[in-house]
Ligand binder design. Sequence first.
Ligand code: ADP
Length: 267
Amino acid sequence: FCPEAIPILDAGRLPTGVILILKDVTSRMQQDKLKRGVISTVSHQLKTPLTSLRLAIYLLLEEKAGPLTSKQVELLVAARDESDRLHSILSNLLDLSRIESGKVRMEFRPVAPHGMILEQVDSFRNTAKNRGITLKTELSDDLPEVLADQAQIGHVFANLLSNAIKYTSPGGEVTISAEADEDSVCFSVSDTGRGIPAQYLDRIFEQFFRIDAQEGETGEGLGLSIAKEIVEAHGGTIRVKSEEGRGSIFTFCLKRADRTLNSTLSH
Ligand code: ADP
């Protein structure tokens, strides 16, 4: 059941009661499970033939089967690019189904936010520079460690940063910030890009959901759903705030290592 609570307020806006709605989501969960099963099976089945196909294309391009005309190179390059794209979609789908089914073993360790963020900034510095985008950080000095699988959270940052850069025009800014509260540290990736229309905000983390892509923009609508699965596997939350034409802020929160370790010890 999925519970929802709506407060009842009197004329002075004081709460006088609450309406509780319980929605039976069994059939939706069954459909989701079926969908996940189909996606996972199809992805596995496609992986092996695609690997052979890519190998053949790469060997042909390296002229291992004889010299090529320029027209043949042109066609093979197009085939290579599309098969690379298909490979990336399949890898993302397989990652997603492995995380959803709990098959990815998360290695939770105390991780210092500064190092983790600076590593991301380093790996995106060139991409941002090539697109004419300023990449900044706003971090307080005394951020506590979070309990995280650093490699997996690296994927979350990479997906958010590559989107922020992709959907922001040259001259714009992308900022990574982090702040701590009592229980968690919240990380934000904000941009001054095109923003997300309000009517799409609650669908943005769905698998395959994309807003009309502009000329030359590639993507498959999986990056944000992968980010959400990873953050939720950490017991964390992810949310978005956005204004069309002004920019977006994606924020995810992870548990502080000091609080989590203390509460684990006291149980
Ligand atoms: P992809 O970028 O591969 O299409 P994602 O799941 O990462 O897939 O994102 C889904 C959609 O959300 C994108 O197609 C894009 O329309 C929108 N989106 C994501 N991040 C941003 C952003 N920072 N600014 C504007 N739109 C975004």
